[in-house]
Design a protein around this ligand. Sequence first.
Ligand code: ADP
Ligand code: GN1
Ligand code: MG
Length: 354
Amino acid sequence: MLTICNQFQLKAKAVSCQPYGNGHINATYLVKTENGPDYILQKLSRQAFHDIPALMRNIERVTAYLAGQDPDPRHTLHLVPTLAGERYLHASDGEFYRLYDFITHSVSLDRPERENDLYECAYAFGRFQRALESFPAQELSETIPHFHDTPVRYQALHQAIAEDRLGRAKECEQEIAFALAREQEAASLVNQLAGGTLPLRVTHNDTKLNNVMLDTDTHEAVCVIDLDTVMPGLSAYDFGDLVRFGASTGAEDEQDLSKIGLSLPHYSQLLRGFLAGCGGRLTPAEIAALPMGGKLMTLECGVRFLTDYLMGDVYFRIHRPGHNLDRCRTQFKLVGSMEENWSAMQSALRQADC
Ligand code: ADP
Ligand code: GN1
Ligand code: MG
C-alpha cells in the first residue's frame, strides 16, 4: 500500500498504511508520515460504484462548493492530488484510490458516547443539506442509481429470492415474510416525490453516525464525510438513516435481538438536531414525512442486507458468516419497534417542531 501512497502529493514520507474505520463499502487506511500530517487512503468499491470518475467529479464539485462557504480546512474533506495532478489514482491493478487529508483532532463514533453526540451529528447533516440548498443538482451524477428508491430495492429482493443462489431462502422465511408484508407501504416516500408533495434536494444519503467527524475533546461536529452518495434525494432519507443507526438501542449487527428497539429519547434528540441544522428550510410536508423516513430507511436497509445475504454477501463487507442476516434482523426488529411507538414518534415530532 505504501507504493500506492507514494503516487500522491504527500507533504512527508509515508511510513505506515493500516486498515482503519468501520465502513462497509470502501477499504479505508490510515496513512502515517515521518513528522508530517496523517492521511486517509481509500480503495473505492467497484462493486458499489460503477462510474468512479463521475463519483470523484461529484466529490470535487461538492467539496469545492462547501469550502467556498466555509474556508476552515477541518470543516470540509480535502482531496490530495496524485503526482500527475489527478483527483484519484487509477492504479495498475485496475483499482481506484483516493487520498484525503486526515481531519485533525477528530473521531467518528459507532455509538453515541456523550449526551449531545446524536444532536451534534444530526445538526451536522441538517446543516450539510442546508449548505447545499442552492448547489446545481443537475451537475451531480447519480453515483448509485435508485439508491433510496425502496420499491427498486424490493425488486432486487424478489429477484434474489427467485434465484436463491445459495439455498439460503429457507433459513430466512420469517425475514422474507416480514419484508413482503410491508412492500406497499415501502413506496410511500417515492410516491410523495412522484406526486410533487416532497421536493428533491441535494442530500447526503448515508447519514450514519460514523460519517461525521467530531472534535476529539469537545465532541462538536467538525466535518461531514463519506460523500460518495451525495446526490439528489429527500430530506426524509437523511433524517431516516440517522434514526436507523442512531436511535437504535443496540448495534446494527447485534445478535441478541432483545437488545434492539427504538430509543425515543435518542429519536427526539435526532429530530431536534436535524431540524435545527436545516434552519427552518424544510416544508411542512417534509417535516411531516420525517418519521416515515426513519421507518422506511430502516426497512430498506434490512431489505438490502437480506438481499445481499441471499446473493452470497457480494456488496456489504462481512466479518463473520451470517453477518448480513444478523444485520437484517436488527433492522426488522427496529422497524417493529417503530410500529409499536408510532404515535409517540408523531408526538415527538410535534414537540420538536415548535
Ligand atoms: P465507507 O464508505 O467505507 O463507510 P468512509 O469514507 O466513511 O468509508 O471512511 C471510513 C472511516 O474512516 C470513517 O468512519 C472515519 O472514521 C474514517 N475517515 C474517513 N475519512 C476521514 C478523514 N478525512 N479524516 C479522518 N477520518 C476519516
Ligand atoms: C453502507 O459506507 P457505509 O458503511 O457508511 C451503505 C449504506 C448503508 C450502510 C449500512 C454506499 O454505508 O447505504 O445504509 O452501509 N453505503 C453504500 O450500515 O451502500
Ligand atoms: Mg462511512
